[in-house]
Design a protein around this ligand. Structure first.
Ligand code: ZN
Length: 166
């Protein structure tokens, strides 16, 4: 495979169209209205299970890929759902259901994204799980383009296209 310049492998730039459905058939994302998604293979730029599934595919090939939560956005973690009292939140912040919050952990300096899942009289319930945690993902993919990355792209670890500026 190392000399195959037409199949998806590490160090190849890959463009693909996709439709993402959940178990109930609901389409939650699609590249149809936009451009194919272009990424550099082998960098972990797309979800791990999908990157593995695209390996070896060629332009024009289509595939259905089913990803269990562990290969996608992880299992749902009940401990990542927490109550936050209003006095621990900025006063001027109007809480709304589904609202996205950025939480800053002072100890680890990590930033977490959380979603408000319930509004209570004394505070809110927040969920730090990824919105797709615990979901099995059903991808329909079609490879649009496979090409060798340039030495510069490999060095930078990302794709250079017409939109890319340094
Ligand atoms: Zn670059």
């Amino acid at each position: 495979m190392a000399n195959d310049r037409h199949a998806v492998a590490d160090g190849m730039v890959v463009g693909f169209d996709y439709t993402l459905r959940l178990e109930d058939g609901e389409v939650i994302d699609s590249s149809e209205e936009v451009e194919p998604l272009v990424y550099l293979h082998g960098q972990g730029d797309i979800i791990p299970g999908l990157e593995r599934a695209l390996y070896g595919m060629r332009a024009g090939e289509e595939r259905n890929v089913v990803l269990e939560p562990a290969d996608a956005y992880g299992e749902f973690d009940p401990e990542a759902v927490e109550f936050i009292p209003y006095d621990a939140l900025p006063e001027d912040l109007e809480m709304e259901l589904g609202m996205e919050l950025e939480l800053h952990d002072e100890d680890t300096e990590e930033v977490y994204t959380a979603y408000v899942t319930e509004i209570r009289p004394d505070g809110v319930m927040i969920d730090m799980n990824h919105p797709l945690a615990g979901e099995t993902l059903y991808f329909q993919v079609k490879i649009a383009e496979v090409r060798l990355a340039t030495p510069e792209e490999l060095e930078h670890g990302h794709v250079h296209d017409s939109d890319h500026e340094h």
